[in-house]
Design a binder for this molecule. Sequence first.
Ligand SMILES: *[C@@H]1O[C@H](CO)[C@@H](O)[C@H](O)[C@H]1NC(C)=O
Ligand SMILES: *[C@@H]1O[C@H](CO)[C@@H](O)[C@H](O)[C@H]1NC(C)=O
Length: 310
Amino acid sequence: MQFRTFVSAALTVAPVAVSAAGQLGFAVGNVNPDGSCKTQSDFEADFQAIKDNTHSTLIRTYSSSDSFGNLCNTPSEVLPAAQSAGFQVLLGMWPDGGVYDKEKAPIVDANVEQYGGTLFGITVGSEGMYRGTYDAESLIEWIGDMKQTFPNTKIGTADSWNCWTNGTMDGIIKSGLDLVLANGFAYWQYQDISNATKTYFDDMAQALAHVQEVSGSVDGIHFMNGETGWPGDGGSDAGAAKAGTDNEETYWNSAICAMLDWGVDLFWFEAFDEPNKADAIGDNGEAASEKNWGSFDAERKPKFDMKCGQ
Ligand SMILES: *[C@@H]1O[C@H](CO)[C@@H](O)[C@H](O)[C@H]1NC(C)=O
Ligand SMILES: *[C@@H]1O[C@H](CO)[C@@H](O)[C@H](O)[C@H]1NC(C)=O
């Protein structure tokens, strides 16, 4: 029944949208394979690779300052690069561990609203409620503070689809944020590739339906799939979910292209392999590599055709 709610909501929303197709975005890290902070020219190379191989003109980042102990000052590097490349950026903040102010400072320093439409919005946090690294009260306060500081910018947060579905995020939905990013990984749900698209659609349908119900509006909040993806060759398996570039390409063609056709905006996790990235701990408590999730390798070469038949 969640599925049916989603279909009717999509039909209601569809005529409002400028284009029926969802917008394809990419998750992009802010460090180079050698661990150094990405500069403007590194981001320019990222944008060029995405532009040459996809129809996307949108990325999201995760942290504005610190990454692997580096002070990156990402907003001042990525926004000018995006502006010249004709891309939009959903700028991420990583406030976990008491560094909200440290994450906010580079955004203020970059005077981000001067970039106009290049700045798609700002997300405060990514899956921190799921991980339990901050609480709803803090998140609501931070979102309110960002809305006050940047009144012309869409502010939101990203979290796991089940947190948006099961009530964990209800207070945040009601607090009046502009953007909801629901992350959903059939892979982390240990799904065989043959059932992965179905699982992904079910996750998004449930998250969207709940957000619409709690907000009391079908289009008051801009709903996006904040992350989805599949690890390529060299990645770890997760139960029946087998890593491999063949499966990654299958997931792209069945899940990503179909979700875009359905009119849902999404971010593919992730654009480029990150050989430096630390392992993630899966729901089964086992370490799993997050180095090979790019649809491009670390040298920005595409692993497969990302055009969705266009
Ligand atoms: C909601 O789902 C998250 C993620 O699975 C879980 O950690 C949390 O305990 C759940 N909350 C409730 C109220 O069921
Ligand atoms: C396939 O995905 C659906 C939707 O998430 C789920 O209900 C079902 O249990 C999955 N099938 C298998 C065999 O895991």
